[in-house]
Design a protein around this ligand. Structure first.
Ligand SMILES: Cc1cc2nc3c(=O)[nH]c(=O)nc-3n(C[C@H](O)[C@H](O)[C@H](O)COP(=O)(O)OP(=O)(O)OC[C@H]3O[C@@H](n4cnc5c(N)ncnc54)[C@H](O)[C@@H]3O)c2cc1C
Length: 380
């Protein structure tokens, strides 16, 4: 593509569930007279829906990765792998620390979220936040190798912090990865969750299926407790109890990435960027905010990949409309949706329309949905 002929600059900051849709559509049908630039902190994007399956040994690592270098190349888009430092909304420039500033006529920000880590004291090296997901397996491997070198017992003690969908899937799927990487015979797994029941937002019966399955596998669950201190060999809870821990996986609810506070765009009470139903920032700039990164204060939707994915077609339409000066389309989040949690044993716990189940066909369905989703981004 000849950048010199392009008069309009479309820029994606972060290529997650929603922005990746735009990149895919661009590959099929680029917007005439425009150039697409993608800015990402990694050359690959990781699909969270498949990370538990990778841990369980159901997929190779590459299966959960979108190769941004190849996809951008195939779409005729420019990829910048770098660190954004700030935004100049008036001049319409994205500033990076190690790259010339990038001008935009339309910008879509979708840098996801990070696990919330408020009021936690951390010493030592046992802590493994789930993000960035691109480096999670390498960090886990490094920690396990270090543990093996200095081990004083055969049992590995693992604490997973966070009992949402991500946390429980990790609790189900992590042991297989640990056994593969470190050949550990005994794993004592504990899950700590600050809510009253696991996987908030699901039916009581679904939460019960999750609890029973964890119990069956010997996972100790602490509800309504917060981890307030992480040390090299234990964590402390807010009631003063300590739990021995060699590895602490942090998979708590979504918090805003620190960069958001540097962008000088309106933020919601939760610290994410405030958006309208059209996905546009409330700051009246030609800037869209998608996926976990945006919060609508009039109608907050949960921070979940399913919503981020469904925003894709609305973003694609609205970027066209923005460039043509037309009024924008609204995103209407669907209330109920199929929920499927990989239990790593060829089954999934799910719920749909009031029914809860833990079956092998639910896993087959999840596998089919996830593979079909990732196929859309493959460059062969
Ligand atoms: C283990 C796990 C399992 C989950 N499973 C499910 C599930 O089954 N269903 C579901 O609905 N939700 C699930 N979620 C939640 C889901 O992952 C998020 O809601 C979803 O990823 C949000 O999509 P996004 O596009 O906003 O962000 P992301 O998918 O996180 O994408 C953001 C992208 O931006 C990049 N980025 C970050 N910071 C910067 C920066 N400063 N500059 C440039 N690029 C940046 C990141 O590398 C990433 O590629 C799960 C979460 C976890 C942790």
């Amino acid at each position: 593509m000849n950048a010199g002929l392009s008069s309009r600059e479309v820029v994606l900051l972060g290529v997650g569930h929603t922005n990746a849709h735009l990149l895919r559509m661009w590959r099929r049908q680029p917007i005439p007279d425009a150039r697409l630039t993608c800015i990402s902190n990694f050359p690959v994007a990781t699909y969270s829906g498949m990370l538990p399956g990778v841990l369980a040994g159901q997929y190779p690592v590459e299966q959960m990765q979108i190769d941004l270098v190849r996809l951008c190349d195939a779409a005729g888009a420019r990829l910048i792998v770098g660190n954004v430092t700030r935004l100049d909304v008036t001049q319409r420039l994205v500033h990076l620390d190690d790259h010339p500033s990038v001008p935009f006529d339309v910008l879509s920000i979708g840098i996801g979220s990070v696990p919330s880590m408020k009021n936690v004291e951390i010493v030592g090296n046992s802590l493994m936040p789930i993000k960035p997901m691109q480096t999670f397996l390498d960090r886990l491997t490094g920690r396990l190798e270090c543990w093996q070198e200095h081990r004083s017992r055969d049992e590995l003690r693992v604490v997973v912090v966070g009992g949402g969908a991500g946390g429980v899937e990790l609790a189900f799927c992590l042991p297989a990865a640990i056994q593969r990487i470190a050949n550990v015979l005994t794993i004592q797994l504990t899950l700590v969750h600050n809510g009253r029941s696991l996987v908030p937002g699901t039916l009581e019966r679904t939460s019960h299926l999750v609890s029973s399955e964890l119990k069956r596998r010997g996972v100790e669950v602490h509800l309504q407790r917060m981890v307030v201190h992480v040390a090299d060999d234990h964590v402390s809870l807010d009631d003063g109890r300590t739990i021995p821990a060699d590895v602490v996986i942090w998979a708590t609810g979504a918090a805003p990435p620190p960069l958001l506070s540097q962008l000088e765009l309106p933020t919601a009470r939760d610290g994410f960027l405030l958006t309208r139903s059209t996905l546009q920032t409330t700051g009246d700039a030609p800037i869209f905010v998608v996926g976990d990164t945006g919060t609508r204060e009039d109608d907050p939707t949960p921070k979940a990949g399913v919503y981020a994915v469904r925003q894709g077609p609305v973003l694609w339409e609205n970027i066209h409309r923005q460039l043509r000066g037309k009024s924008l389309q609204k995103f209407r989040p669907q209330r109920g949706f199929l929920k499927l949690l990989n239990t790593g044993d060829g089954r999934a716990i799910g719920e749909y329309k009031g029914l809860s189940f833990h079956t092998s066909w639910a896993w087959k369905l999840k596998d089919w949905i996830d593979r079909r989703f990732m196929d859309k981004f493959a460059v062969r």
